[in-house]
Design a protein around this ligand. Structure first.
Ligand code: GLV
Ligand code: MN
Ligand code: MN
Length: 420
């Protein structure tokens, strides 16, 4: 391996900058952060523009572009032999008020890795590809990681296309509207291996001053929607003991999330991130509350226990508060152990480049955890300053971004040139 082949930091940063202009938030007083944030929801106009730009870069690198029926985009650089490709990728959609690195970094670094190989006229035995999956974040359409879930055959195309968004939109209509309903059958390109480079989105690498995380395990995720139904009534005239207060019951359910997380322990997480009251008026007892629940654990059995505890608690609140609570599943993703050979390849690449690394667990969901179901897969993390992400304050330095991209490049070369 020729250690003189390195990614071009300026070009990587300039692509990230250009992409971050699409859906850029105003910044200023609302977000007095280091960098202004981005809002690029899946299948929005901003997503379309970001896709157009990404595809134009794929074209300029002479990649053969394939768009599948749910809008996943894959650009392939041929290998010396006609073999399954090593795919590098992530996503370019964002949460509602996001930073500029989550997802985008993995796609831009993959483009940069291929750019260097083109410039240096380096061929690989297997083809190399860049993948950008649709609707990874899941804030517009659930499940999150929808594109990769369809790609690996865990969600039928028709079901994905029929998905209704939180904003009332329909996935297929929006996909058609932005012009990214492609002809390829999801999964038609079966990778030899998949690598996803991503910011850590947690504090460990930053705290420990370690430039590279080699991800061995990704958390399991359970998303639920709870609907609490009580009786809407006058806030002043209804005696306390006669209330069926959906708002109070929802609050008790939210409080139980923390109790469940603490009682399960380990790395159990439990979050309510969205809530809506009806009728949502200052002087009316809520008749209904709809809330989302995000449960995560890298231990699948513990995650199931957490969900069981939640159902038990919901029953108790029904009895004590005279409300009814129905819980609807939105997403179940199992924890994943990545492929030891790919994990080793990443670790060796960092080693050979003289970069220190540590093995770790991802608490965020990633397309890689779906891809792991169809091919050997692993992930590379770089530090997130103060562990902040899903926020405009998300930040990794240019040097950290460059280091991660070099590790991606060398791990990809190892896999692409592997014998057998
Ligand atoms: C996606 O970023 C998730 O972990 O929810
Ligand atoms: Mn991401
Ligand atoms: Mn994210």
């Amino acid at each position: 391996m020729d250690k003189n082949i390195k990614v071009n930091k300026e070009r990587l940063i300039s692509r990230l900058d250009e992409l971050a202009q699409i859906g850029a938030l105003e910044g200023g007083e609302d977000f007095p952060t280091l960098f202004d944030g981005v809002s690029r929801l899946a299948l929005s106009d901003a997503d379309r523009q970001a896709r157009d730009l990404t595809v134009s870069w794929m074209r300029s690198l002479s990649l053969t572009i394939h768009i599948d029926q749910v809008g996943n985009m894959i650009g392939i650089r041929p290998g010396e032999e006609e073999l399954p490709p090593v795919l590098l990728g992530s996503h370019i959609d964002t949460v509602t008020v996001a930073g500029r690195y989550d997802g985008s970094y993995g796609v831009m670094a993959a483009l940069e890795a291929i750019n260097v190989l083109n410039d240096q006229k380096v061929n690989t035995r297997r083809p190399l590809g860049v993948a950008a999956f649709t609707n990874e974040e899941g804030v517009r359409y659930t499940p999150g990681m929808l594109g990769s879930t369809v790609y690996v055959g865990k969600l039928p195309v028709a079901e994905a296309l029929a998905t209704r968004g939180f904003d009332g939109s329909t996935f297929s209509q929006e996909l058609d509207r932005i012009g990214y309903a492609g002809p390829m059958k999801p999964g038609a390109i079966h990778p030899y291996a998949f690598l996803e480079l991503h910011i850590e989105q947690g504090p460990l690498l930053d705290q420990q001053n370690i430039p590279i995380g080699v991800v061995e395990t990704v958390t399991g995720i359970t998303w639920l929607e709870a609907t609490v139904t009580g009786t809407a009534n006058h806030a002043g005239t209804t005696p306390i003991d006669l209330r069926r207060d959906a708002g109070l019951a929802a609050a008790k359910l939210i409080k139980s999330l923390r109790e469940i997380a603490l009682s399960i322990g380990g790395n159990q997480r439990a979050t309510c991130g969205m809530i809506a009251f009806e009728p949502n008026a200052i002087n009316v007892i809520p008749g209904k509350a709809i809330l989302t629940i995000d449960l995560r654990n890298s231990d699948g059995d513990a995650l199931i226990r957490a969900e069981e505890l939640l159902h038990t608690r919901a029953k108790e609140i029904e009895d004590s508060d005279g409300v009814s609570i129905s819980v609807r599943p939105l997403e179940h993703v199992l924890p994943v152990e990545f492929d030891p050979i790919v994990v080793d390849a990443i670790e060796q690449a960092a080693n050979e480049l003289g970069i220190s690394s540590r093995r770790m667990i991802s608490g965020a969901g990633h397309d890689a955890q779906l891809m792991a179901g169809i091919c050997p897969t692993a992930m590379i993390f770089i530090p997130s300053r103060n562990g902040i992400s899903h926020s405009p304050a998300e930040y990794s330095s240019a040097e950290e971004l460059e280091t991660g991209a070099n590790v991606l490049l060398y791990a990809a070369l190892k896999l692409a040139n592997q014998k057998g």
